[in-house]
Design a protein around this ligand. Structure first.
Ligand code: DQA
Length: 142
């Protein structure tokens, strides 16, 4: 299985932004954590961008046979373009948020992605990505 992990705007700043919401771990720590948990059970690729267009272009390379874990960050709340890209390629995806967006400002309660997601994990910090990966590994096991 090809498993992709996509992180959106400002997640390259993990470890340097709002520790109360996002903890003290860096994006590299987060990715290493996932790699350690997944091991050789999937072909893992990571991508982070602060640009909506780059994320859309990246999603276009995925297929329905792939699996995607995506934290679109602020673009979750605004991007019809990312939603349309996900619908176009039909990649099964789990939406992850490090913080509990429902305990924060109301504008973070709206997601353009959740309605077409395989599942959604919010508020479990970096664990959310590992749990999402474990779910995909379990559900695609023979
Ligand atoms: C986030 C929550 C978003 O509202 C915010 O814009 C982010 C990160 C999270 O992981 O908790 O950048 O997606």
């Amino acid at each position: 299985m090809r498993l992709f992990v996509v992180n959106g705007p400002n997640l390259n700043m993990l470890g340097r932004r709002e520790a109360g919401f996002y903890g003290t771990f860096s994006l590299a720590d987060l990715e290493k954590n996932i790699r350690t948990a997944v091991g050789t059970r999937a072909e893992l690729s990571f991508f982070q961008s602060n640009s909506e267009g780059e994320i859309i272009d990246y999603i276009h390379k995925l297929t329905a046979d792939d699996r995607l874990i995506i934290n679109a960050a602020s673009l979750t709340h605004t991007s019809i373009g990312i939603r349309d890209a996900l619908s176009a390629v039909k990649v099964p995806f789990i939406e992850v948020h490090i913080s509990n967006v429902y305990a924060r400002e109301e504008f973070r309660h709206q997601s353009y992605l959740s309605a077409i997601a395989h599942g959604v994990i919010v508020g479990l910090g970096a664990d959310g990505y590992v749990l999402a990966a474990e779910h995909f590994l379990k559900s695609t096991a023979a």
